[in-house]
Design a protein around this ligand. Structure first.
Ligand code: SF4
Length: 378
């Protein structure tokens, strides 16, 4: 049965959600090997042999957050041990460090800090963050603020999503992370992140960003309480959103990133329910392969998370449909505070060497997948 499904995928047909679920439910090793080979072939056809990477610096400006997502070990209340809210000079110091180390991108997200609005308005606080960075380093691409942060600003200031996104864009944001998606199913969201935006709002904000001329990434937080049906529903919603954006002439989603759940330091109820602390690599690899097959030509770039899977796991994913190894990050809080063992910083040379060991060439890219270096190999 899966032969016919995989053959249809190889000639460029969009699979139905039911076909996607069939692929995800395979347990036979021969069938899984066929799925892997199909994903790898589609990766060759859609993205080529070269593995890309971006030199970026992660910047979390605060972990003070009004919400209490059940997987989050990063958030703090104001005044709690470990709470932080960076000031302008601390932000500039971190960005300058990134620039010294060759960063072309600052990836910036933070908790939902109700005190932001005391600096004039919430929007003014976020615009101030952007201007602080862009006035000192105008060449940097700011990949900043999740759909959840956009909704937070809009709610606090009584603005529409389009008004918030246009203002962030005009201040210097270059693209939006497609985070806060978790699993786009409201039954899952009610358990995982009950205070977060719902599925419809996430989709609305991401498509509004596309309409406002900003590209976004797309993500899925996998491997907790969701079912294969819900995983495929998530991919189907991303595919539909991307199809609609491209049909309207927008550039849409740049990439799909799978973020397997790390629960080691997560709040206890969810940790107990999931029953393990680290991702199951084989589950993540199969899901990455199925994501490549299901998203097809609509989203050509697929990235594993070395923070969550470790570098060896992420390199393995490059043979399961992924074509990009992600960023150097330089500093990572959110997943490492959850207990991930993949590290928080990756040197360019380490990424290049690992890609070369796989027998594939490498190339530096920018945030929106324009190449920045010649293709290299060792
Ligand atoms: S995941 Fe984000 S929104 Fe949720 S509690 Fe953590 S910092 Fe706050």
């Amino acid at each position: 049965m899966i032969d016919a499904i995989l053959d249809r995928a190889l000639i460029g047909k969009d699979l139905s959600p039911a076909e996607g679920v069939v692929l995800l439910q395979q347990r036979d090793q021969q069938a899984i090997a066929q799925i892997r080979a199909t994903a790898d072939r589609l990766r060759q056809l859609q993205a080529g042999e070269t593995v890309t990477y971006v030199i970026n610096r992660n910047l979390n400006f605060t972990n003070i957050c009004e919400q209490h997502c059940n997987f989050c070990a990063f958030r703090r209340d104001e005044g709690e041990a470990g709470a932080f809210w960076l000031d302008r000079s601390q932000i500039l110091e971190k960005v300058a460090d990134g620039v010294r180390r060759g960063a072309t991108e600052i990836c910036m997200q933070g908790g939902l800090n109700l005190k932001a609005k005391l600096q004039g308005s919430s929007l003014a606080y976020y615009q101030g963050l952007i201007r602080t960075i862009k006035s000192a380093f105008p060449q940097l691409h700011l990949h900043a603020f999740s759909p959840q942060e956009v909704q937070f600003i809009a709610r606090e200031d009584g603005l529409t999503y389009a008004e918030v996104i246009a203002a962030l864009r005009d201040a210097g944001v270059g693209s939006l992370p497609g985070t806060a998606a978790e699993v786009l199913d409201d039954r899952v969201r009610r358990i995982l992140c009950p205070e977060k935006i719902n599925t419809a709002t996430w989709l609305e904000i991401v498509s509004t960003a596309h309409q406002q001329g900003l590209r976004t990434t797309s993500t899925m937080l996998s491997g907790h309480i969701e079912t294969p049906e819900q995983q495929i529903q998530h991919l189907d919603l991303l595919r539909r959103l991307q199809q609609a954006s491209l049909h309207k002439g927008y550039e849409g989603i740049t990439e799909f990133i799978l973020l397997p759940f790390v629960g080691q330091e997560a709040p206890k109820p969810l940790r107990r329910r999931v029953g393990r602390d680290q991702p199951v690599l084989s589950d993540a690899l199969l899901l990455m392969a199925v994501a490549r097959i299901f998203l097809g030509r609509w989203i050509p770039n697929h990235q594993p998370s070395w923070v969550k899977l470790g570098l060896a796991g992420a390199i393995d994913a490059l043979t399961w449909g992924c074509n990009d190894i992600g960023g150097t990050l330089m500093e990572e809080h959110i997943t490492s505070m959850a207990g991930a063992q993949g590290g928080t910083c990756m040197e360019v040379e380490t990424l290049q060497a690992a890609i070369s060991d796989l027998g594939r060439p490498y190339q530096q890219r920018d945030t929106v997948y324009r190449t920045l270096s010649a293709v290299g190999s060792r």
